[in-house]
Write a protein that binds this ligand. Structure first.
Ligand SMILES: Nc1ncnc2c1ncn2[C@@H]1O[C@H](COP(=O)(O)OP(=O)(O)OP(=O)(O)O)[C@@H](O)[C@H]1O
Length: 244
């Protein structure tokens, strides 16, 4: 499915995974999260094999915001977020005031202040996605994995989420379909294509025009923003005349 995916993510960096549908983004993230065992090779976190540490320790190390996860409909948003504290509780222990403060702070961070008492089945898709991000925030792990986290979000919350991911000071690995967002918000980008991973490179190298032409069949160029001068990736359909 995906072979030769060998790369090292540095502490504190934001890494984007991009690739066409079915290229293995979800599979790779689930493998890094320890949910799938690689057929060959291993995932090391700070030099320790992921499958050699206990589930509890793993939950204190890695948080995953999966794609389209549906939390139990009868839970309140605050209860879903509080689940992120489970790896820190003693057996049968319940969270106290500290947990409640952490839950409220996380809901505020994802712009859901006052949503703690709302049943999750009465939330919109984007609100539910942000509740799951809040759960990952209270999990307080050095490594945060997110699978297409911007999928259900309006543009304001997409930009907020990516800015937040960078501000957390954690190591973040996320898959994205929007190449311009990956270009703008990621320190380095991993391109998956036809069962292989390209080398992990800064966006200007990983997402250069030839790569986007080969992998996605699109025409890409970088245009400086008229106000800031910062180059932005502009993507258009490949001209008919140059299509295979
Ligand atoms: N449980 C499974 N069993 C067998 N094959 C699977 C399974 N899940 C995914 N696949 C296959 O593995 C490949 C990679 O799937 P994956 O979901 O990782 O891709 P993706 O890049 O995340 O795709 P998308 O952009 O559509 O979300 C696909 O060909 C898919 O059909």
């Amino acid at each position: 499915m995906l072979t030769n995916a060998s790369f090292t993510v540095l502490a504190g960096e934001t890494v984007g995974i991009v690739g066409p549908n079915g290229s293995g983004k979800t599979t790779l993230l689930r493998t890094i999260a320890g949910l799938i065992r690689p057929v060959h090779g291993s995932v090391l976190v700070n030099g320790v094999g992921l499958h050699r540490i206990s589930a509890r320790q793993r939950a204190r190390t890695i948080a995953l915001v999966a794609q389209d996860e549906q939390p139990s409909a009868d839970l309140l948003a605050g209860e879903v977020v509080a689940l992120g504290r489970t790896p820190y509780l003693p057996p049968w222990g319940a969270g106290g005031v500290e947990e409640q403060d952490a839950v409220e702070a996380a809901l505020r961070a994802v712009d859901l202040d006052g949503f703690a008492e709302r049943p999750v089945h009465r939330l919109s898709g984007g609100e539910r996605q942000r509740v799951l991000l809040a759960r990952a925030l209270v999990q307080d792990t050095p490594l945060l994995l997110m699978d297409e986290p911007t999928n259900h979000l309006d543009i304001t919350h997409q930009l907020d989420l990516l800015a937040l991911a960078r501000e957390l000071g954690r190591t973040v690995v996320l898959s994205l379909h929007d190449l311009a967002l990956a270009d703008r918000y990621c320190d380095r980008v991993l391109v998956l294509h036809r069962g292989r991973a390209h080398s992990l490179e800064p966006p200007a190298v990983a997402l250069r025009a030839e790569v986007l032409d080969t992998v996605f069949g699109v025409h890409a160029t970088r245009i400086p923003h008229p106000d800031t001068g910062i180059p932005h990736l502009l993507i258009t359909a490949r001209p008919q005349s140059s299509r295979a």
